[in-house]
Design a protein around this ligand. Structure first.
Ligand code: ADP
Length: 639
């Protein structure tokens, strides 16, 4: 007897012992697996002439043996070999169930806190594949023979104790899952109901109607006995093999005929996401290429979205046969988070994995899907702002990053989908909203980059802009400054970093000119330059600082501090560094104190200079080379 992996044990335990109202989903799960297995074999048949099975032969059969208390689901799909049996049924490692496992622990916590969405509910929403059969069965036997292999195997388990795998006899390729139904407990029919043909038929209708291959079962029918008279008919019961499902996949149905819930169900099951999709887009196109598409915007960002593991793409079907699970060519990069299905009869079946010859068609589909997704997002932004902000939180970064692809070629297309945090409005706004709200005398779209909105908001450099009642876009994402850099302008308004000095704003009104601080305090400024040589590139009297004594800026052109940090993270060996300009508020009492000390107490003045510098660094978000030295310096002023 082989042991299940520890994690599978926990899940099994949950399955078997949960008092569970959605037990009936076990059938859906087993049928889905059968359907997937047929998909896999049909896929091979596209390129392998030896596969004799054609789509029309595909069949999933349910049989019931009331005496033996078994329900068997048989398929003529690809089957499993010994190794696959071990890997697939010995451990819960598959995509869907793996995720479920992660959420089960969350679910337990969640249930404690909120009283809802515990693991039981999650099973209902999501299904957990093969293992769910243990909710109704106390023993499961799997007989399977893989396509192209000689030997067949029998996998058997009575649950938690483990499982056995042995060679066995099986004529045809495919898999039989034999579920031995539990004895009823206190409730009559609790489990026995699953041995009833009508119950099973209804379950297929309810959960598996869309399955594209026929699900068949021998159904009892009442028939007039041959030879019995019409006036006085006698009836007998005969069995007939009946197809239980309509086989119309959900994307082939009219949108108005499909309930939102059915779409969500299909999404969560097909794409193994616990969360409902945020938006469902159904599309039926006739023309140069004819196809149906069903697209989903996920309700949350996949955990691996920004990693190499993430595989974008849509499922591609041709006349009901899946030819690709993740067809990348159907989605533009900016919308690569979209999940869904495209089904087109125009892509011939023998195209195999080489889709090259269909380039043109795929591109036509892709362009159309891109337009459609964009329009949907624009509408969401216009009409369901909150929803859009949720979407933006999930995938906004992807759209921003792509808006600067190809040297700005994508700008026009994506610029109106972007949101940035407004320092004035304290919420996310579009560029268009920013420009609409610009002051008459405002020339630029101001932005400031920093770690957090709070830190940006309190930057001394931004004071003057705020004093002029102008808004600042807070750039907290690494990519944001690159967006401003690549766009250069929006609706003819140039982007401008609020951290740079803006002569427009600091221009003195006529008649109010003050003596030039650079001249008045030239000695002090020269002193600072010399004392801080090697640390700062320049020292200047600031016209924009109001209440703060110092700040650090990087000058008009070249690298900004945020860019420096970015490059330091991705290409540290380049040693890219922004210019460091120490701006000093000559009106500030701290400066006055320094100015006086320079003559009277030179030792103190040197300390003040260091402190100015360190403070400017801190405000700009840079770490100090030696924090201890800095704190010692400060304390030395009063001891
Ligand atoms: P999931 O379907 O989410 O991957 P399951 O636990 O339902 O998880 O199944 C695990 C794996 O076992 C499947 O991915 C598949 O490889 C294999 N499997 C299950 N049922 C069948 C079947 N009827 N025919 C072939 N392979 C199957």
């Amino acid at each position: 007897m082989k042991q299940f992996k520890a994690e599978s044990k926990r899940l099994l335990d949950l399955m078997i012992n949960s008092i569970y109202t959605h037990r009936e989903i076990f059938l859906r799960e087993i049928i889905s697996n059968a359907s997937d297995a047929i998909d896999k074999l049909l896929f091979i048949s596209l390129t392998d002439e030896n596969v004799k099975m054609k789509k029309k032969d595909a069949c999933i059969k349910i049989s019931v043996d009331k005496d033996a208390r078994t329900v068997t689901v048989s398929d003529n799909g690809i089957g499993m070999n010994e190794k696959e049996l071990e890997e697939n049924l010995g451990v819960i490692a598959s995509s869907g169930t793996g995720k479920f496992r992660d959420e089960v622990s969350d679910g337990n916590d969640r249930k404690k806190k909120t009283g809802k969405n515990g693991p039981e509910e999650l099973i209902g929403q999501f299904g957990v594949g093969f293992y769910s059969a243990f909710m109704v069965a106390d023993k499961i036997t799997v007989l399977t023979k893989k396509y192209g292999e000689e030997k067949a195997y029998r996998w058997e388990s009575e649950g938690i104790e483990g499982y056995t795998v042995n060679e066995c006899e099986k004529e045809s390729v495919g898999t039989d899952v034999i579920m031995h139904i539990r004895e009823d407990g206190d409730e009559p029919g609790e489990y026995s109901q699953y041995l009833d043909n009508y119950t099973l038929k209804n379950l297929v209708k309810k959960y598996s109607d869309y399955i594209r291959f026929p699900v068949k079962m021998e159904m009892p029918h009442s028939r007039k006995k041959e030879g019995s008279s019409d006036e006085n008919p006698e009836y007998e019961t005969v069995s007939e093999l009946e197809t239980l499902n309509s086989m119309v996949p959900i994307w082939q149905r009219r949108k108005s005929d499909v309930k939102e819930e059915e779409y969500s169900d299909f999404y969560t099951r097909t794409f193994h996401d616990m969360e409902k999709p945020q938006k469902t887009i159904a599309l039926s196109v006739e023309g140069n290429v004819t196809y149906k598409a069903l697209l989903f915007i996920p309700g949350k960002m996949p955990a691996n979205y920004f990693t190499e593991d993430f595989e974008p793409g849509l499922q591609l079907y041709s006349a009901g046969v899946m030819i690709m699970d993740k067809c990348k060519d159907l989605l533009p990069e900016c919308f690569n988070f979209v999940r869904g299905v495209v089904d087109s009869p125009d892509l011939s079946l023998n195209i195999s994995r080489e889709l090259l010859q269909h380039d043109r068609q795929l591109k036509l589909i892709r362009d159309k899907l891109e337009k459609k997704i964009k329009t949907e997002l624009e509408n969401m932004l216009k009409n369901e702002r909150e929803e859009y902000e949720k979407f933006w939180k999930n995938f906004g970064r992807q759209i921003k990053a792509c808006s600067i692809n190809n040297y700005g070629m994508e700008k026009e297309k994506l610029q109106d989908l972007l949101l940035f945090y407004s320092s004035k409005e304290k919420k996310l706004i579009t560029l268009s909203e920013y420009v609409d709200a610009m002051k008459e005398n405002q020339k630029y779209i101001y932005y400031a980059a920093g770690e957090t909105v709070e830190s940006i908001d309190s930057m001394p450099q931004t004071e003057i802009i705020k004093e002029n009642d102008m808004d600042i876009l807070c750039f907290t994402d690494k990519v944001d400054e690159f967006v401003a850099d690549m766009f250069r302008n929006y609706r003819e308004k140039d982007f401008r970093s609020a951290l740079n000095d803006d002569p427009e704003l600091t221009k003195e009104k006529e008649g109010e000119e003050k003596p030039d601080a650079e001249v008045v305090y030239s000695d002090s400024i020269k002193y600072l330059k010399e004392t801080l040589a090697g640390k700062v590139d320049e020292v200047k009297a600031s016209k924009r600082l109001k209440t703060h004594p110092v700040c650090l800026s990087s000058g008009e052109d070249g690298l900004t501090f945020e860019m420096e940090r970015y490059f330091k993270a991705v290409q540290p060996e380049m040693g890219m560094k922004a210019k460091r300009i120490l701006e000093i508020n000559t009106e500030h009492p701290a400066f006055k104190a320094f100015d006086a000390a320079r003559i009277a107490e030179p030792e103190k003045a040197a300390k003040y200079a260091e402190i100015f510098y360190s403070q400017a660094l801190l405000i700009a978000g840079f770490p100090l080379d030696n924090p201890t030295e800095y704190t010692d310096l400060i304390t030395s002023l009063w001891v």
